[in-house]
Design a protein around this ligand. Sequence first.
Ligand code: NIG
Ligand code: FE
Length: 410
Amino acid sequence: MKKAFINISKIYGILNPEFKKVSGVEMSQMNTIENGFLIVENGRIAEIGQMALFQGDHLETIDLNGASIMPTYCDSHTHIVFAEPREQEFEMKIQGKTYEEIAASGGGILNSAQKLGELSFEELYNRSAKRLTEVIKMGTGAIEIKSGYGLTIESELMMLRVIQKLKQNFKIPIRATFLGAHAIPALYKSNPQAYITEVVIPAIDIVAREGLADFVDIFIEKNYFSIEMAQTILDHSEKYGLKSKLHVNQLSNFGALQLAVDRQALSADHLEEMTDIEIDYLKSKMTMPTALPSCSFFLRIPYAPARKMIDSGLPIALASDFNPGSTPSGNMNFVLSLACIYQRMTPVEAFHAATINGAYAMDLAHEVGSISVGKLANFIVSKELQSIASIPYSFGRNIVDCVYIQGEKF
Ligand code: NIG
Ligand code: FE
């Protein structure tokens, strides 16, 4: 089935499909077509060009009447499978408690794990599907989703099966990440090592056998998982050929970034606490540094030094981190605003960070992340795009008119 989208004011984010990511100065270059058309065949982009050269009058046509289009966001770091919001913790934060203090007083990830344990599979699926629908409507067209609020073998597998069902029922590419090492459950507080040998490692065996996850993640942080614990887990998951995406350098800095790079993690995420030596360490490596500015905003912690990283030639991806504790929003438009305002990324850099570089951070750059012939026809339509800067500029407003997934209106 072929159809043509015509009278497009501007097509943003056209990229030679050979580019799997963009780095340094490349991030500020953008190819566009003005007054264009786009032809979709079997859910993929078959052709793009200028209206003057359009020869598809025989096709089903959708007249975009001067609206512009851009590729959908590739949100490479989320925790959207969770039971419920943690608004009481929000009030504690306002009163001055830190993320660590809230966690220590029974809130945090363990709180979410307890709530999740009370839900049926169906209920957890329904709540997660609702969040996924919400973020797609705001422009997300590919997403990574982590487990990590189960913290028992059974509940972690349930979370991954929820993600599996989301994969079956939604037409956007979804990647599942096993994050059993997200927090140490109370039961293992006096012996965290036993949590790894009794829960994380056996869960990885099942996850790998049943193909329930694409990646493995670990929250490497003080009071969570140490470098040594992370090494033990990675030694095991790597035997199955599972790639990693790691939570590093969020609240403290003790070598987690170096570990991620050495283990050829697909991405190293958070990076709020970075030294210049660590920025250097990322150079010419395959690991995609990924910033989560909504988390910095919500927790009032530092922002990843994105400007410095791009100026030293690195690529950077932007993701939402949508989760009930540190980032209760999956709005990628707002992520772009924060990246520009607080991290001094230019709008075009932020756009690339949230599209092609996010796609790379999920191993999906061959499918999504740009308007390229052969990729999925997942794109955002907006009447208000004067330039790509209209998105970060219009913070808190919604200038996405609608989203097409595989060429179908979502
Ligand atoms: O990425 N840092 C660890 N995980 C999440 C927060 C999880 C939570 O508080 O529920 C994050 O910020
Ligand atoms: Fe996270």
